[in-house]
Design a protein around this ligand. Structure first.
Ligand code: SF4
Ligand code: SF4
Length: 595
């Protein structure tokens, strides 16, 4: 055993490696990303790691490996499971041979997601077991337990940490032994081919299995029943940690649910028989609360159940020690939490595109090209969603990964007199943009695709993708060219250039917009996080007339007003030269040189 100070996501990777994982794959997404990165970082060469192009591809790669007996770990964020749900739903019926753990990180808040969807529902929907850790230490242990359960029952198993478990850190004992699992290889069998008759039979088996599994999980070490008193509390996940802290020395009856599905009914019934009332404290949806209400009805138990449904616990957003304390002070009569100390007024700091970000230059070029024309801008998931902020104001819609190119098509069917643009990043293009482009070409849509190729998956922390050529196994592969892919898919007009050549960029957008049908402009310029800054720019005070155009139109955080003159903060400027190209007085020049 070694003592290690690990983030929850790191702990999950260590747990999987300790359990003898053979293949790790996934798609980056906060708060799950570090799991796969850690697995790659500690890889001694005994297993395979890849960033797949999207979550569906990852799950299918893992399914194939698992059919051949490999132990597989798949990582994604909660909305990624929507993408992977097609193979997951069928795989739940087909089953696996090598253990398969699907880690789906939920994001209460949400802090960096489109939705507050609750993966515990997906477990019930897909009829799969799910583990819900309340700490990084539990996450480490549970991933190992999940592999065992997966192989014992021949089923994929979900592990669902939430953001504070993923990103919280703890000192924990980590086994230095790595189990070496040798996959036996693929054995041909009709069970791997899903047909309606087989699905029917497997459905019956799953319905028989889950109650048995629920009973078994009633004695699972992390499903616990503690404390005394007739006023009980039921909880799970990170809310359990908040509860323990909020309770202080109090010791009420507490049911902790670590496996929300199949629900450990036997343990829950023991709890319900011992209390008159229950307060359910959980994040996201009232999953435990509904299970307890169901059990009370099924067994005619006169227990009052409070929680989100009754309106006693907040229905959305994250819990915290303070929010749990507030609930407990009402419910258990514990001392009211002290009023939080008054905080000083902090300046408002909305998220903005970085100084020197190529997306700013791309959005600005399109905006200038379309000035005075009726145009709608469909955006997508990535840093470039921030293009909707003022002063750019260039993202009119954002739905889900890859939806920019298809939303634009739908908009154009209704308003063909307007010009419709679709903005998509390079990683998103490979993840889920291709089918939308094919749809546009096939159905002769009239849209302009603007690919914002910054050579990385920027928002989640610079992960490689097929366009970068680097893999998580350290190989250099031929880069897949986005312009070549677009041309191969039938996009007739494709221009490739840097958005930092402002005049050329505006002209390229105008040419593309004039094309009837599908056209594309690929703006290539690396994210500032993967490139070196160029020499800085400065404002010549004597030339600047204080018109504020550089601030009003670009919104680069490096430019501020000092009195009546613009000023470039040297610690922020990346030397992209965009502001210098739009200043009407050429007052902005490269430091020590010409404009
Ligand atoms: S655009 Fe040029 S002249 Fe106008 S404020 Fe900025 S630096 Fe000064
Ligand atoms: S050159 Fe201008 S636009 Fe580019 S980062 Fe520096 S201040 Fe911002």
């Amino acid at each position: 055993m070694m003592k290690k100070f690990l983030m929850g996501n790191e702990a999950i990777a260590y747990g999987a490696v300790s359990a003898g994982v053979n293949l790790v794959c996934g798609y980056p997404g906060t708060p799950s990303t570090e799991i796969l990165e850690t697995a790659a970082a500690i890889n001694d060469g005994s297993y395979y790691v890849e960033w797949s192009v999207n979550e569906k591809a990852a799950l299918e790669v893992a399914a194939g490996a698992s059919y051949a007996g490999a132990r597989t770990l798949i990582t994604m964020k909660q909305v990624g499971l929507n993408v992977a749900s097609d193979p997951l739903m069928s795989l739940a019926y087909v089953g696996v041979k090598g253990g398969m753990v699907v880690v789906v990180a939920d994001d209460p808040g949400p802090i960096s997601s489109q939705t507050e969807q609750d993966t515990r529902h997906f477990a019930r929907f897909s009829k799969l077991p799910v583990f819900d850790p309340s700490s990084p230490e539990e996450a480490y242990e549970m991933v190992k337990d999940a592999f065992k359960l997966s192989e014992e029952y021949g089923t994929p198993v979900l592990l669902r940490p939430t953001t504070r478990v993923c990103h919280g850190c703890a000192s924990m004992d980590v086994g230095d032994e790595r189990e070496r699992h040798q996959p036996e290889g693929f054995v041909k069998d009709s069970k791997w081919v899903i047909f309606p008759r087989l699905s029917y039979q497997n459905h019956l088996k799953i319905e028989e299995r889950n109650p048995v599994l629920g009973e078994k999980l009633s004695t699972y070490r992390f499903n616990t029943l503690t404390g005394t008193g007739r006023r009980g509390i039921a909880t799970g996940g990170i809310s359990y940690a908040y509860l323990r802290e909020a309770l202080g020395g109090a010791n009420p009856r507490v049911l902790k649910i670590a496996t929300p599905h199949p629900f450990p009914e036997k343990l829950a019934l023991e709890f319900l028989h011992s209390v008159d009332e229950v307060m359910v404290i959980e994040e996201l949806d009232p999953v435990i609360e509904r299970e307890l209400i169901y059990l009370c009805g099924k067994h005619h138990l006169p227990v009052k159940v409070y929680g989100k449904i009754s309106g006693d616990v907040q229905r959305a957003g994250e819990n915290s020690v303070e929010s749990v304390r507030a609930v407990l002070s009402e419910y258990l009569g514990l001392p009211k939490p002290p009023a939080p100390p008054a905080l000083p007024e902090l300046p408002v700091r909305p998220p903005v595109l970085c100084a020197g970000c190529p997306h700013r230059a791309s959005f600005y070029a399109v905006k200038q090209a379309m000035r005075g024309q009726k145009a709608v801008y469909a955006g997508d998931i990535g840093c470039y969603t921030l293009g909707n902020a003022m002063p750019l104001d260039m993202v009119d819609t954002c739905l889900c990964m890859g939806a920019d190119v298809t939303i634009a098509q739908g908009l154009n069917r209704v308003e063909p007199d307007a010009k419709h643009f679709a903005f998509i990043g390079d990683s998103t293009f490979f993840a889920s943009g291709l089918t939308g482009v094919v749809n546009a070409v096939y159905n002769n849509s009239d849209i302009t695709l603007v690919v914002l190729d910054n050579s990385t998956t920027a928002m989640t922390g610079q992960q490689p993708h097929p366009g970068t050529g680097r893999t998580m196994m350290g190989e250099n592969r031929p880069k897949i060219s986005i312009p070549d892919v677009l041309r191969a898919l039938g996009v007739g007009h494709v221009e490739v250039l840097s958005p930092f050549d402002h005049k050329a960029a505006v002209e390229a957008v105008r040419r593309a917009a004039d094309i009837k049908g599908v056209s594309a402009v690929v703006f290539e310029a690396p994210c500032i996080a993967v490139s070196k800054p160029a020499p800085l720019f400065v404002v010549q005070e004597e030339t600047c007339i204080g018109c504020r155009k550089c601030i009003r139109e670009l919104g680069c955080p490096a430019i501020v007003m000092h009195g009546k003159k613009a000023f470039i903060e040297p610690s922020l400027c990346y030397g992209c030269a965009l502001c210098a190209q739009i200043c009407p007085k050429t007052a902005i020049i490269r430091e020590g040189g010409e404009g």
